[in-house]
Design a protein around this ligand. Structure first.
Ligand code: C2E
Ligand code: MG
Ligand code: MG
Ligand code: MG
Length: 288
């Protein structure tokens, strides 16, 4: 009887796995179609200066406007795209949108850097740096206004193509950030050698405040030693923002400042910031 029950349970399990696999297959077919139809859209999340909360940069984050499922998040389709060899296409699409948008914002008088997430798989493509170069020229973007966000696993990578790509984009003047720092196993010596421009401290570390305050201090000290720009991710509360600022983080990113949003919503934030600046300016003039 116990055996039968076990078998039964196994069938339920098998059934569930089959469903999950079919679902993934369907999603993958949809993703191929979605890429062709341009359903992948970059949303933008503000990165704010720690001192005054002004938006100094935005991170482009991929969203998929699925015709039936609605908005699909990267946690659902990026791993799938990675496995199916489609992440390069997703990445190229987001990179192009972000650079096009950077040009538009520059023309509107906003001085904003854009950061784009890059999968290790993209860096394995021999022509990745050429793509970056071509798109930057196409949209006439100042290379210093583009930052590529890579994860720590990169530090363990031995593929020479990856390092050639990195050297080439850096030679163009593009900035490199290490994303989700503190979640993986970093090769600290390698990190130091690579001379990255920026380290983004993962939100799990920030979210552990004040319990893990000591660890965070250590990470920040290390970043300062390497003379990199420090971004604190996952800032959700004023207390976390205050802590990060007081302890020397340069930029803050998180729901406290804004979630990732489509272009018009991000622009509304930029224009309201500009209005505030103008108000503060005229108040200053009146006071004089
Ligand atoms: P990430 O690059 O570390 O991006 C930050 C993620 O944290 C975003 O999730 C963002 O919405 C979320 N986040 C930001 N602030 C807060 C906060 O205060 N609290 C909490 N709980 N979460 C916050 P999202 O947009 O779902 O992206 C997840 C991940 O998917 C990204 O993590 C990135 O690794 C990957 N991804 C997104 N777009 C792309 C892309 O175009 N290419 C590649 N290769 N990966 C991408
Ligand atoms: Mg990122
Ligand atoms: Mg991150
Ligand atoms: Mg993350």
């Amino acid at each position: 009887e116990a055996k039968a029950a076990g078998r039964n349970q196994f069938c339920v399990y098998e059934e569930r796995m089959r469903h999950r696999r079919d679902d993934a297959m369907e999603l993958l077919a949809d993703l191929r179609e979605g890429l062709r139809r341009g359903q992948i859209e970059a949303y933008y999340q503000p990165r704010c200066s720690a001192g005054d909360g002004r938006i100094v940069a935005v991170e482009a984050l991929a969203r998929w406007n699925h015709p039936d499922r609605g908005l699909v998040f990267p946690s659902e389709f990026i791993p799938l795209a990675e496995k199916a060899g489609l992440v390069n296409q997703v990445g190229a699409m987001i990179l192009e949108q972000a650079l096009r948008q950077q040009r538009i914002w520059t023309e509107a008088g906003f001085d904003l850097a854009v950061s784009v997430n890059v999968s290790l798989r993209q860096l394995c493509e021999a022509d990745f740096s050429a793509l970056v170069c071509r798109l930057m020229a196409c949209y006439d973007v100042d290379p210093g206004k583009l930052e590529l966000e890579l994860t720590e696993t990169l530090l363990l990578e031995s593929n020479p193509v990856v390092h050639e790509n990195l050297a080439q984009v850096r030679a163009l003047g593009v900035r490199i950030a290490i994303d989700d720092f503190g979640t993986g196993y970093s090769n600290l010596a390698r990190l130091n050698e690579m001379a990255v421009d920026c380290i983004k401290i993962d939100r799990s570390l920030i979210g552990g405040l004040p319990r893990n305050e000591q660890i965070l201090r250590l990470v920040i000290d290390m970043c300062n030693f390497m003379q990199v720009r420090i971004v604190a991710e996952g800032i959700e509360t004023q207390a976390a923002a205050d802590w990060a600022f007081a302890h020397g983080c340069h930029e803050l990113q998180g729901f406290l400042y804004g979630r990732p949003v489509p272009v018009p919503e991000l622009e509304a934030m930029l224009y309201s910031q500009r209005e505030e600046d103008a108000r503060a300016d005229s108040a200053r003039h009146l006071a004089l």
